[in-house]
Design a protein. Structure first.
Length: 120
């Protein structure tokens, strides 16, 4: 088994203006995703809005410094994630296609394998 990070990305300004029907479609798709993924889900979560983030980076003096908000300016931000154990990438991608965010015009779903540091 390999582990895959599924990052759910979208336009934050659209999230606040979704209709109740759009929210229900997304929630329903997440319930179906969870049903089909079952025990393959290692962890999952929905993130607070990006304005609540703090970025820690190397400061001018070489020491870590913090900045309110995300480091990058982007239209799309990560709004949630799933960490999955899956036999191969295709299985993780198949599950990711169940998410409504993969069908909306303001969002997307990224599937990326984790590096396995346990060998050797």
């Amino acid at each position: 088994m390999s582990q895959f990070m599924i990052l759910i990305q979208g336009d934050e300004s659209r999230w606040g203006t979704m209709t109740e029907a759009e929210r229900e479609e997304i929630d329903s798709a997440h319930r179906e995703f969870r049903r089909q993924a079952g025990d393959a889900i290692v962890a999952s979560g929905e993130l607070e809005r990006s304005a609540t983030a703090v970025t820690v980076r190397r400061g001018d003096n070489g020491e870590p410094t913090t900045v309110d908000g995300p480091f990058t300016e982007a239209k799309e931000v990560v709004g949630g994630f799933y960490l999955l154990d899956a036999p191969e990438r295709e299985a993780a991608v198949r599950l990711a296609t169940l998410l409504a965010e993969a069908r909306h015009d303001h969002s997307g779903v990224q599937v990326q394998p984790l590096v396995d540091h346990s060998a050797g």
